[in-house]
Design a protein around this ligand. Structure first.
Ligand code: CP3
Length: 359
């Protein structure tokens, strides 16, 4: 199966590119009216995720609108805790909920990794997305597979929901019973590595680990709990899939970029609180950076977007080892026209004003 646009894959090499590749976190989602129309056919979000044809359909929607250089599998990080039978549901406007969260020692000690076969629908979705990317009219771009980090999954599994208090009860457990949290992390680490490997075998070209809640930890706890479990997954995957690039994203952990680069991932995604030029000096020249426009930008206006793209890249070379993206997912209130304006501004600014000047 051929990929016609390989710019994204070339950003994982030392090659100097004519412009930076661009894709957007949550590029398929509720800000798009066509996504809302497709989604309306399913009462429950997880039922939609279980349909490979739905996943492929909504995967293509942003690619048909915008000139993007990569596609991300349509799924969710909570597929793994769901397969652990923790009773996942998504309540409208409230986000994810687990009816059987991990609250006591006996439940935690009994936790086992699910059989990979219970996640076969995800691997089927990967194959279907890959087929859709390479056989239809949409330009064929690389497919990114993904999983949540062991720590971020543990946050949802223990709390039983998203959290306005930044998972305070999970952080309390980390202080009082670090052994229990360590057990959950160990179970999650093994299954996330196997899950990502299976996505690559099903057709994913690049793998991304979302540590969306790494930043709720102190730098010391992050280095002790979240980062090592990510490092173990990267190390396992580098043995099993030496040619598959890996992106890690610990939101809110810009304090630990040098340590993150030591994990051996090919790319590190950063949030908008982290300066790109400083991130470059922290990680060195051999690690690709991805990011980091504020998702609020696609709720502003065209002129602001153009100005911000240029400002964000001041003192930074966007044409080598860099993937343009947001610093977190597009929000449902994003304006689809402004998402297009951001993609165009990135392509224009990247190719005309900066990359040619630096040649
Ligand atoms: O283009 C894409 O990126 C789509 C694929 C995708 C989804 N979720 C679809 C989705 C990806 C990569 C995710 C990852 C994900 N899911 C993360 C990590 C990235 C991040 O944002 O930090 C996290 C923390 C989750 C957990 C999760 N799933 C939340 C917090 C929510 C939102 C709940 C709400 O109602 O606001 C979801 C649901 C979800 N996942 C939606 C989509 C499009 C919306 C649900 C719907 O369509 O009904």
């Amino acid at each position: 199966m051929q990929i016609s646009n390989e710019l994204f894959l070339r950003a994982f090499t030392d090659e100097r590119l004519p412009r930076p590749p661009v894709w957007l976190l949550r590029q398929a989602g509720r800000y798009l009216p066509e996504y809302r129309a497709s989604r309306a056919k399913y009462a429950r979000f997880m039922d939609a995720c279980r349909s490979p044809s739905f996943c492929a359909e909504v995967l293509l929607q942003p690619l048909d609108r915008y000139q993007l250089d990569a596609a991300i599998l349509f799924s969710d990080i909570l597929t793994i805790p769901d397969a652990m039978n923790l009773g996942l549901s998504f309540e409208a406007g409230e986000g994810p909920r687990f009816s059987k969260p991990l609250r006591d020692e006996a439940t935690i000690r009994a936790l086992r990794a699910p059989e990979l076969s219970s996640l076969q629908y995800v691997f089927d979705a990967v194959s279907e997305c890959k087929r859709a990317l390479t056989t239809g009219d949409t330009q064929s771009v690389p497919l990114i597979g993904f999983a949540g980090s062991p720590w971020t999954l543990a946050c949802y599994m223990i709390e039983g929901a998203g959290s306005a208090s930044e998972f305070a009860s999970v952080r309390r457990m980390l202080f009082q019973r670090p052994d229990l949290v360590a057990h959950i992390l160990a179970v999650n680490t093994d299954i996330v590595a196997d899950y990502l490997e299976a996505q690559a075998h099903a057709g994913a070209n690049v793998l991304m680990i979302f540590d969306s809640w790494g930043g709720v930890l102190s730098p010391m706890q992050y280095a002790k709990y979240s980062l090592p479990s990510i490092g173990k997954i990267v190390a396992a995957l580098k043995v099993r899939l030496p040619h598959t690039p890996i992106i890690t994203f610990s939101k809110g952990a810009g304090h630990s970029l040098a340590a993150q680069s030591e994990c051996g991932a090919d790319a590190i995604a950063i949030d908008w609180q982290t300066d790109l030029a400083r991130a470059r000096s922290a990680v060195g020249s051999a690690t690709t950076l991805q990011g980091n426009f504020d998702p609020a930008l696609v709720t502003t206006d065209d002129a602001t977007i153009r100005r911000t793209v240029a400002e964000t890249w001041e003192g930074f070379d966007p044409c080598r080892r860099y993937i343009a993206n947001l610093g977190h997912g597009i929000t449902p209130d994003a304006d689809p026209a402004l998402v297009g304006a951001l993609v165009s501004a990135i392509r224009d600014t990247g190719s005309q004003q900066i990359c040619s000047m630096n040649l």
